[in-house]
Design a protein around this ligand. Structure first.
Ligand SMILES: C[S@@+](CC[C@H](N)C(=O)[O-])C[C@H]1O[C@@H](n2cnc3c(N)ncnc32)[C@H](O)[C@@H]1O
Length: 387
């Protein structure tokens, strides 16, 4: 057995990397307070696994450093210099040498999910209640809400999100319902830079958004792309509740169309103007600040298509929408809140008001996103007929 414990035998040789040092030099090395003071155990490759198990069984394997394979040997990093009896036990698995060698550090692996990152840092019931989704607007994450079990760990969750999304600078949480005429949410900083302004990119357009001054939801990106793809060259469009301009800009980016983009919020219209300057467009967008129903007489009969993205009130504006549309008819994209079953309820709600406005044909209906338990935003595409 002692023959295998070369570290301990005076006349045996010891290697540092691939250099061989006599035993007395090793002990001198240890006394010299080697700057890093790291050790590794060298084993023949064929015995590597058995030796590894013996090192692990002794709790000696340094998991922060790499195991290296070199020249027919495996080098196992250990957390400290092994005691003679420990070396003896390891040697039962195969001939080993102890080296004062610092093996490279393993860079801390990136967590792949918030849950993985928070494992062991927050209680299990908080882990089970982590938010299933969150919005990423440019380099800002917005959490909709946290379950009561997860809420005490909001800072930890936000820090984990920052670690997970390297390009994200800020994590915010909505603290109240999106409310008021401008539909702006109340947001609280959870982690990162204290800012609300960012540049968001979607489907080839860029948008400056200040989440404290204007409404914006990245979850409508798919819907904006869908509507933009329905627009035909040369069409005139009225975006009645345009916000910072995502529908209007996406349409004008792709089509030689003329879009009138209306919003009652002056900050949103200012951001829209800026957004027009940073996107190269085929078509033309005219930003208008004002109440859509007050604008409708001025653009009477101008549009082939209207977009009505004001889910809480769109139905009340159907009369104005019909005024914008040409007498010969046109399409309205209407967004509305709906209860269960979302499509049936939305169609019923729409029909009650739309039938008073004019004849129409229902072209399409889809659930856009859930907004609360048993509440969804539904989009309805309706073609209003000749007046
Ligand atoms: C739900 S947001 C939609 C914004 C934009 N369409 C988007 O996709 O991001 C509704 C917008 O309608 C605007 N708004 C509310 N009432 C309005 C009115 N009477 N006339 C014009 N805009 C209005 C709000 O300021 C807000 O920007």
């Amino acid at each position: 057995m002692l023959g295998l414990m070369k570290f301990l035998t005076k006349d045996s040789a010891h290697s540092v990397g691939d250099d061989i040092y006599p035993a007395f030099q090793i002990s001198l090395w240890n006394k010299m307070s080697h700057p890093e003071n790291h050790f590794c155990i060298r084993a023949e490759r064929g015995k590597g696994e058995a030796v590894r198990r013996a090192i692990v069984a002794l709790g000696l394997l340094d998991r922060t450093r790499r195991v290296i394979s070199e020249g027919g040997f495996i080098y196992f990093p250990v957390t400290r210099r092994p005691e003679p009896d420990e070396i003896e036990r390891i040697s039962k698995a195969g001939e080993v040498l102890v080296n004062p060698r610092t093996l490279p550090e393993i860079s801390p692996s990136c967590p792949k999910s918030v849950k993985e990152f928070l494992q062991g840092r927050v209680p299990p019931d908080a882990l089970r209640s982590l938010p299933k989704s969150y919005d990423i607007v440019g380099d800002i994450i917005v959490i909709e809400r946290l379950m009561p079990e997860a809420d005490p760990y909001r800072k930890e969750i936000a820090e984990a999100l920052l670690r997970l999304h390297k390009s994200v600078k800020t994590v915010l949480i909505k603290t109240g319902k999106v409310d008021g005429p401008y539909r702006i949410p109340v947001l609280e900083l959870l982690a990162g830079e204290d800012k609300r302004e960012t540049i968001h990119s979607e489907y080839g357009i860029r948008l400056k958004v200040d989440l404290s001054k204007a409404y914006f939801s990245p979850r409508l990106g798919f819907e904006r792309n869908r509507v933009a793809s329905l627009v035909k060259e040369g069409e005139k469009v009225v975006d009645m509740f345009a916000g910072v301009g995502p529908f209007s800009i996406m349409i004008a980016k792709r089509h030689r169309s003329k879009v009138f983009a209306i919003d009652v919020n002056p900050d949103a219209v200012n951001m829209m103007r800026y957004n027009l300057s940073i996107n190269r467009l085929k078509g033309e967008v005219t930003p208008i600040c004002g109440d859509a129903s007050a604008i409708s007489p001025k653009l009477h009969g101008a549009a082939d298509r209207v977009i009505m993205n004001l889910p809480a009130q769109s139905i009340e504006f159907l009369g104005a929408a019909r005024q914008f549309l040409k007498e010969s008819g046109g399409v309205a994209h209407v967004y509305l809140f709906s209860g269960p079953p979302p499509i049936d309820s939305a169609v019923r709600k729409f029909a009650e008001s739309a039938s008073r406005v004019g004849d129409y044909e229902l072209v399409n209906c889809r659930v856009v996103k859930p907004t609360a338990p048993k509440e969804w935003i539904v989009s309805i595409d309706a073609k209003f007929k000749q007046l």
